[in-house]
Design a protein. Structure first.
Length: 504
């Protein structure tokens, strides 16, 4: 894959962590003056590849060649000295310092043993003007909006480095106008010979600004493609691991339906939205139905769930639960309104590893009652034993530490926690991620059983066949917007993929 145009070549890169092969002989190349998009779903290996390139992680095997010379990157600072800089999604600058100080920190001009502030400010202004940014560099960084802070971060990276610029989700907090301004800057830098690695989950942006695309999946290289020669639907297929020829034979709808009669509306959202997260949407949820959310990473699935459950506050629209308006929503208020939410990341947001299975299952119910109405251990054990039996949780005892269970059983514990609150509306975000096939089937069956009993479920999954098999209707999200609702024969993987790709 080498070429005289390649400024960077990463060959046969492998990296393991305890129990995880994060990168498996991955190749990646970057040409002089190109924007190269690096894509993949959660766990694909994108972040690890960048960490290896920038010296955050040490590679296990493979080689990195920069401008024809093999290098061994030992730290982020070393990467910068080699001409490799990264601008992260979360801007890692110092908001209390001036714009000029942020751009030139560590490289301030001096005169007579002190910082030459006049030269510092003049140099910072010059760098920003090159990016078409005209601001007072003497003001503290936190005086400016995120879009300006993003440009300051890029200015700093350019001042440090002049070969390879890595932009990690740079547009996630930008408006459409701000994003277009950023793209103008990227094109200008590209024309000047800068090589840019562009990590994003917005497919429209990939096709607008990139020259080539590299797709990773499960730590392996799927392939590198010229952007203008790769149809969007094929890109989606490579990202999720389904080829179109396979999909033609996978048109099965779920076998179980939870009834077809008209159901009552239990949740009603009108023009509900949050700037930068999810565009305003309308949504009715009915009792006894499963509504699937389909879309790629960053499409707005989790953001929609967070808004409905009150983790995030909307800046537009209204929400009603059981016909009653909900103002100033919060997770606790949602629990009181009969909602439950199993989060995507069970380790970070779900289980409490140092607590027992019993304590984890009782957690949400205890929160709903308040700490003044303490649930006695005997009652906790009774509740836990009931759901251990119902869900088939494999544990020696309810008093075993939950961190010692398998991933599938941990997921069942989280389900048990929320089922113990006896919710009317259950939001499940990636409930089967990382668990074995048997446990997946049990959870899917449970969801349909709950729906048959009149419960309402939102089912979010990156596995499209699972969404199709489990849902009564499917909402497709793309780039922070609900773009389609599929029902009946429309609910098949091929239609979902074309919709995600913007080819409805």
């Amino acid at each position: 894959m080498s070429s005289v145009e390649d400024v960077l070549i990463m060959s046969n890169i492998s990296k393991s962590f305890p129990g995880v092969l994060a990168l498996d002989n991955v190749d990646f190349s970057l040409r002089t003056g190109e924007v190269h998009a690096l894509l993949g779903e959660n766990g694909a290996g994108k972040s690890t590849l960048i960490k290896v390139l920038t010296g955050v992680e040490k590679l296990d095997s493979g080689t990195i060649t920069l401008s024809g010379r093999q290098v061994f990157v030992t730290s982020p600072h070393h990467a910068q000295t080699l001409g490799i800089s990264t601008v992260y999604q979360e801007i890692n600058l110092c908001p209390n310092l001036s714009v000029a100080e942020n751009i030139l920190i560590g490289r301030e001009p001096h005169r007579a043993g002190s910082i030459d502030w006049s030269s510092l400010n003049a140099r910072a202004s010059e760098i920003l003007q090159h990016l078409d940014v005209d601001i007072d560099v003497r003001q503290s960084l936190d005086m400016y909006p995120v879009a300006i802070q993003q440009m300051v971060a890029i200015a700093r990276a350019l001042e440090v480095s002049a070969r390879v610029l890595i932009l990690d989700e740079p547009t996630s907090s930008l408006s459409a106008h701000e994003t277009e301004n950023l793209f103008d800057v990227m094109r200008r830098l590209q024309d000047e010979g800068m090589s840019i690695i562009f990590i994003t989950h917005f497919l429209d942006q990939v096709y607008e600004v990139s020259n080539r695309i590299t797709v990773l999946r499960n730590g392996k290289l799927v392939g590198t493609y010229d952007t203008d020669k790769l149809p969007r639907v094929e890109l989606v297929a490579r990202m999720i691991g389904r080829e179109l020829v396979e999909l033609d034979a996978m048109g099965e709808l779920k076998e179980a339906q939870a009834g077809s009669s008209q159901h009552e509306v239990v949740l009603e959202a009108r023009e509900l939205g949050l700037s930068g997260a999810i565009s305003p949407f309308d949504l009715d949820l009915h009792d006894g139905e499963v509504v699937g959310f389909a879309g790629l990473l960053g499409s707005g699935r989790t953001e929609t769930a967070d808004l409905l459950f009150g983790i995030d506050r909307p800046d537009s629209g209204t929400l009603k639960i059981a016909g009653k308006a909900v103002d100033h929503n919060s997770p606790l208020r949602s629990i009181h309104n009969g909602m439950a939410y199993c989060p995507e990341d069970r380790k970070a947001d779900g289980i409490v590893g140092e607590l027992t299975v019993r304590e984890n299952i009782a957690l949400a119910l205890q929160a709903s009652r308040g700490w003044m109405r303490y649930i006695e251990p005997a009652t906790q054990r009774e509740i836990a034993d009931r759901y251990i039996k119902l869900l088939g949780i494999s544990t020696r005892t309810a008093d075993q530490l939950v961190k010692n269970l398998s991933g599938g059983n941990q997921q069942k514990v989280i389900l048990a926690r929320w089922l113990a609150t006896e919710p009317e509306i259950l939001i499940l975000d990636e409930p089967t991620r990382g668990i074995d096939v048997g446990a997946k089937a049990e959870i899917q069956k449970l969801v349909l059983t709950l729906a048959s009993e009149g419960k309402t479920c939102i089912f979010i999954s990156s596995e499209m066949d699972e969404v199709v098999r489990t849902s009564h209707r499917i909402l497709v999200l793309r780039d922070g917007e609900i773009v389609a609702e599929l029902t009946g024969d429309e609910m098949n993987e091929q239609t979902i993929m074309h919709t995600i790709a913007g080819e409805e």
